[in-house]
Structures are given as structure tokens and as C-alpha cells.
Design a protein around this ligand. Sequence first.
Ligand SMILES: Cc1cc2nc3c(=O)[nH]c(=O)nc-3n(C[C@H](O)[C@H](O)[C@H](O)COP(=O)(O)OP(=O)(O)OC[C@H]3O[C@@H](n4cnc5c(N)ncnc54)[C@H](O)[C@@H]3O)c2cc1C
Length: 376
Amino acid sequence: MDLDLDAATIAFRDEARDWLRSNLPDRRLASFDTAEGFAEHREWEARLADARWSVVSWPSEFGGRDASLLEWVLFEEEYYAAGAPLRVNQNGIFMLAPTLFSHGTEEQQRRILPKMARSEEVWAQAWSEPEAGSDIAALRSTATRTEGGWLLNGQKTWSSRAAFADHAFGLFRSDPASTRHKGLTYFMADLRADGVTVRPIPQLDGEPGFAEIFFDDVFVSDVDVIGAVGEGWKVAMTTANNERGLSLRSPGRFLAAADRLVDEWSRHGRPREFADRVADAWIGARAYQLYTFGTVTRLAEGGQLGPESSVNKLFWSHLDVALHETALDLLGPESEVDDWSGGWLFSLAGPIYGGTDQIQRTTVAERLLGLPRGDR
Ligand SMILES: Cc1cc2nc3c(=O)[nH]c(=O)nc-3n(C[C@H](O)[C@H](O)[C@H](O)COP(=O)(O)OP(=O)(O)OC[C@H]3O[C@@H](n4cnc5c(N)ncnc54)[C@H](O)[C@@H]3O)c2cc1C
């Protein structure tokens, strides 16, 4: 791509920057792992939506601006540089929405996306189960055919923000005779429906950042199946590739953190012993930005996200850990201020959520490098 932005793109970026400067909340919102913070984040996302900044790359009929993916990357850079709040509906807008654009019906898109854009409906990912984390194909939750739809049964766990979310999306085994990746169907479910129990899981800080979700004969209509019955694995790969390969963690997040790190290093007299690590973090964030420009160019030309998403995920998750460890070593106890230490704790989860390092490396080995499949 041409790294010199054209006038229209620069105008888009400047408009986003100006709006964010004038409209940012005047104080830090409470954590979205609390009921109060969840409500505050919903309100903020409705404000973003009113100004059509919540989902810029979506079609305008669903609340977007028909912006290109490149413009979305630039918007995200502005968003993080401004220090705007993390998105409470990130699993909806960055993971379920791309899945609906690829596999959903028009009716599903019209029904779900506008409310998602305003965070009137917040979505949780209900994939992991107690015996199926890395190996999702081992899942035990079932979907049984009934009139007009399906009855869901089973247990999901580690569902981020499900303690306060409205809906969830996940895979269930719809063909009892099937095994592994076959016979799975991708469903959307209302977390307030009869038969759903959401049990919050407190994190180390005591707040319920996750929940377990129990499904006990929960009726889900046929209109809430995404893609074909029995083809859920294929649909799930679209979600996973967006989680790992593009939308969940855009470069803006890391560029903003790297810039903050450089500022801290300067403020502390530019100590030589940290120069290489600070430079590495900044270069890593910039490299991820340039790589992402390549990804969006490829997608604009009709390409698809594929197994290279695993390389991407390994890169950003380790960049985040290294960047935060550098900040902690540089700042010492001061890192408690401005939440560097909270950011570090969360960075440690990066090599786990969305598929662990080991799983990503196996994907890279088998699907990109063509190495022989291991025994499983
Ligand atoms: C912050 C955070 C947020 C999360 N949010 C969600 C969410 O919203 N929704 C959701 O559904 N889940 C969520 N998860 C769960 C996450 O997807 C799982 O933790 C992850 O997939 C690993 O599964 P597991 O915890 O069951 O570990 P396991 O699968 O039991 O793995 C344990 C260890 O064994 C290794 N291992 C397992 N199998 C292999 C193998 N074949 N080869 C080599 N090594 C292997 C793993 O890499 C890991 O180190 C979240 C997790 C975290 C930490």
C-alpha cells in the first residue's frame, strides 16, 4: 500500500481525532467488570454510536460510516492515543459482527447489528467448556432439535463480561452421532432466557470479569443459527481469525502503550540500561502497525484471514507482555500509578485467551510451515 495517506483519509482521521478530543469522558470510567462500570461503558458506546464512531467500518445502515478497513485501523489508533475507554462490547463488534457479515443472513444482520453498534445488546463469547479449552472440538454441550428450533444443554466457562452481558454466541454439538469438528452448530442465545444460569467468576481483584454459563433446555429459534446446521466449525474459524488476526487487538492499542512507555523513559532521564527494551517495544508496535496495513490491503483485494492469524496473535500477545514488563522494571513501585501494573497483569492473559501459544504454534507448524501433524 501507499503509506502516504490521501486527503480524504487524512480528513477522516482528523475528524475522529477532533471528536474524541471534545467528547472523551471527563474521568476514567469504572471497570467494566463491575455492574456500575458496565453501565457506564454502555452509555459511552451509545454516545460513540450517536456520532457514528462506534463501528466505523460497518455499512451505514447498521450504524457505521462505510469506512475502509484502513480507515478503521487509523480510527483505532486515534481511539487508543486519546486514551478512550476499552470497548465493553468488543466480543460483539470485533468478533461476532465479522462472523455475521461473512455467514449471517440479512435478517440476522438487520436484527442484531444496530443494537450491537449502540451496545444496547452486549455480547459474550461462550466457547470454552470445563473439558474443552484448547481443544474446542472436544466440547460436550448439545443442541437437540425441537419444533421451530433447538434445545441447548451444557456448560460454558471463562466467558468474558458474561456476568453482565445480554447475549452469547457459541458452538454446540447438534449431531449426536458426530465427533470432533463435524456435527457442530453455531448458535446465538439470550442470556436472560429460561433455563440459562450465569454464574460470575471473580478474578484476583475480586471483580467478576468472567462467568460460567449453564444451559438447561434453553430454547433457541432457528433464526439464531449462524451458517448451516452442522457447519459450525467453519463459522467459528471466521470468529477466531478475527480474534487473532485483525479486529480484536488492533495496532492502536500497542502503539499508544509504546508511546506512553517512551514518555516514561524520557521522564526518567532516558536510562541507558532500558534503551534497547524501550526501543524494541516501540519498533514492535510499529512493525505490527505496518503488518496490519498489509493485512487490510490484502483483505481489500479480496483476500481472507487464514492461519497466519496465529502468527499475528503470537506477535501482539508477546509484544504486550514485553512492553508491560519493561514498564514495570523501569518504574518500579511507581508502576502502580496509571495502572501499568494492571495492564501487565492483563497482558499475561494474552498468550492464553483466543487460543494459547502452544495451540497457535501448532497451527503455524502444521498449516503454514507444512510440518507433519503431531499425535492427538
Ligand atoms: C483473560 C481471558 C479471557 C477469556 N475469555 C474467554 C471468553 O470470553 N470466552 C471463552 O469461551 N473463553 C475465554 N477464555 C478461555 C480461553 O479461551 C482458554 O483459557 C484457552 O483456550 C485455554 O483453554 P484452557 O484454559 O481450558 O486450558 P487447557 O486447554 O487445559 O490448556 C492447559 C495448557 O496445556 C496446553 N495444551 C493444551 N492442549 C495442548 C496441545 N494439544 N498441545 C500443546 N499444548 C497444549 C495449553 O497451551 C495450556 O498451556 C478466556 C481466557 C482468559 C485467560
